[in-house]
Design a protein. Structure first.
Length: 111
């Protein structure tokens, strides 16, 4: 599977830290994991027409290794092989016959 990870990205995670003294809301801090091996696919999106006639746009997907630390709401920043900034909508663990193989991430482009 590692040979299929032809792209690189940065995973930006956000955590709440101390509260803002004026509003009381937590201040978000971020940390970046750079150079993550990944595979980005369906970058332009895909139009699917359902049986009912509705048009649905599928989101781009990203595959990352099982050692990657990623969760919903993280940001993915393409660095090699694809560009753009995306928010992780859903993290789907993918298994093979021996256990966890990789994660598939459903992404949404950030404007």
């Amino acid at each position: 599977m590692n040979s299929l990870f032809i792209h690189r990205c940065t995973i930006r995670t956000f955590t709440d830290s101390t509260a803002n003294t004026y509003t009381g809301e937590p201040i978000k801090t971020n940390s970046d994991t750079t150079g993550v091996k990944c595979r980005f696919y369906s970058p332009s999106g895909k139009v699917i027409r359902t049986e009912a006639g509705d048009v649905v746009y599928s989101n781009p997907l990203l595959a990352v290794g099982k050692s990657a630390t990623v969760s919903e709401r993280c940001h993915i920043i393409g660095t090699t092989g694809f560009t753009g900034t995306y928010e992780v909508v859903k993290v789907l663990p993918r298994y093979d016959g021996t256990g966890l193989h990789h994660y598939e991430l459903i992404l949404e482009a950030i404007q």
